[in-house]
Design a protein around this ligand. Structure first.
Ligand code: ADP
Length: 267
């Protein structure tokens, strides 16, 4: 609460009263604080790979270049860290476009089954690498959604890549699409049998840069922005996104989208 006192002066009679203004600044203050936190996070996230790159480049310069095997490893680290920085900056650009409302949706009717099949195809290499079985199931009768396909592909990519990242070898992932109970919306879920998320972290899991285990996520190339981006895109479509998780059992992320009704009108 901000309180300001302004005395009321009358030319001939001096101070005759006081104006007291009580201003609720908590919302404003909170926003400002989260903005500061965000800038601090971005700086930190960019600094970490840069410091790694710098030290490996220096090591190469200081003689590691002479040893073929060692230098190959170091160059590998440098290139991984560079790729992660590129992903981070791309993600940040994405988010900032949402913040300034500069990403208008280009909605078209999109075939639901294809959308899910194709995201599984895009990750088939990673799935095979970890021997993870992925399946796609679409409720009979569900045909098309009314969405910006590129953006929803991005949501699906983020969710499936998380599911793969946080599922141990030999696990399973189910992609399903069904109608919401009231029949007006499409519900898409990505369900994994992975490591899960502790209860205490669930509330903040969609926050920018929030990660259950920073070190682990970074090692896996995560930016900590995947779920926030997914939420922005789903929100822009008028849908909602939620996550359920049981530690050591698995995680299910579900989001809703408008359905394309018969006759071409969106629901
Ligand atoms: P990241 O790039 O770190 O994966 P995200 O925003 O996509 O960032 O996810 C935030 C955090 O949520 C992750 O670091 C991870 O700890 C947790 N998480 C997300 N998806 C899953 C999942 N399917 N299983 C377990 N943990 C998950």
């Amino acid at each position: 609460l901000k309180v300001t006192f302004t005395p009321i002066h009358r030319r001939d009679r001096g101070i005759t009263g006081t104006i007291v203004v009580l201003q609720d600044v908590t919302e404003q203050e909170k926003l400002e604080q989260s903005r500061r936190q965000f800038v601090a996070n971005v700086s930190h996230e960019l600094r970490t790979p840069l410091t790694t790159i710098k030290s490996y480049a220096e090591a190469l310069n200081d003689g590691a270049l002479e040893e073929r095997e060692l230098s190959e490893r170091f160059v590998g680290v440098i290139s991984n860290e560079t790729e992660r920085m590129i992903r981070l900056v791309t993600d940040l650009l994405h988010l900032s476009r949402f913040d300034s409302n500069g990403a208008p949706l280009r909605r078209r009717s999109a075939p639901i089954h294809d959308m899910l099949d194709e995201v599984a195809d895009r990750f088939s290499f990673q799935l095979r690498q970890k021997s993870i079985k992925a399946s796609v199931r679409v409720e009979p009768g569900l045909k098309t959604a009314w969405v910006d396909r590129d953006q929803i592909d991005q949501v699906l990519d983020n969710l499936l890549s998380n599911a793969i990242k946080y599922t141990l070898d030999g696990g399973t992932i189910k992609l399903t699409a069904s109608k919401s109970t009231d029949g007006t919306e499409l519900e898409i879920s990505v369900k994994d049998t992975g490591i899960g998320i502790p209860k205490k972290d669930l509330a903040r899991i969609f926050d920018r840069f929030y990660r259950v285990d920073k070190a682990r996520s970074r090692n896996m190339g995560g930016t900590g922005l995947g779920l926030s981006i997914a939420r922005e895109i789903v929100k822009a479509h008028g849908g909602t996104i939620s996550l359920q998780s049981e530690l050591n059992e698995g995680t299910t992320v579900t989001f809703t989208l408008p359905l394309l009704q018969e006759g071409g009108e969106s629901a």
